[in-house]
Ligand binder design. Structure first.
Ligand code: PNS
Length: 182
């Protein structure tokens, strides 16, 4: 086991089975792993930071050397502030590599003492991303097997009112459309 603190930073919007797989792998090789949720992302998130924090807390409760935190600003500054020596990032496919390499090298330029460690999630999660999970869920598709059950439940809770509204609109709008055609 590696001595010291590692951070696993990300958006986790929402956390996927791939994220969880990586956290479990990381927890086996680092003494302490801090899962750090970015607070000031430019993207407009589906889940609030508090919701993501809560989901990840539940999902990692069985891992005693994993803790949750949030951060804003530069990741390297946050890493320094908690004495982390490593950054953990996942690489699913070659398509991830270019962006991850660029980020790792820029982070090294900003803070040469901070090492980035890449790990691969299980191959069955190699096509899973938060973005695609959000898209499938927003379009009413099944996300079973892509995200933990807790997250599946939260997605349903968040999106069900929208589905219901769409259905109500469908019922109300159909007769009007028919009227116009007649
Ligand atoms: O899950 P994501 O969205 O791929 O995570 C990206 C994240 C949060 C690791 C990255 O955007 C980040 O570290 N942002 C903090 C700001 C920062 O340090 N930017 C310079 C990166 S080289």
């Amino acid at each position: 086991m590696n001595k010291g603190i590692a951070i696993y930073p990300g958006s986790f919007d929402p956390p996927t089975n791939g994220h969880l797989d990586l956290i479990e792998r990381g927890s086996k090789i680092f003494e302490e792993l801090v899962v750090a949720i970015l607070r000031n992302s430019e993207k407009s998130p589906m889940f609030s930071v508090a919701e993501r924090f809560q989901m990840l807390t539940t999902l990692t409760a069985h891992l005693k050397n994993v803790r949750l935190d949030t951060f804003g600003g530069l990741m390297v500054e946050y890493a320094k502030s908690i004495d982390a020596t490593c950054v953990l990032r996942g690489i699913r496919a070659i398509s991830d590599y270019e962006y991850e390499l660029q980020m790792a090298l820029l982070n090294r330029k900003l803070e040469p003492t901070l090492e980035t460690v890449f790990m691969m999630p299980a191959d069955k999660y190699s096509y899973v991303s938060s973005r695609l999970v959000r898209e499938v869920a927003q379009l009413g598709g099944p996300v079973k097997g892509l995200v933990p059950e807790v997250v599946e439940h939260k997605l349903r809770q968040k999106l069900e009112p929208a589905y219901k509204l769409q259905n109500i609109r469908g019922i109300v709008e159909t007769p009007r459309k028919r009227k116009k055609k007649a």
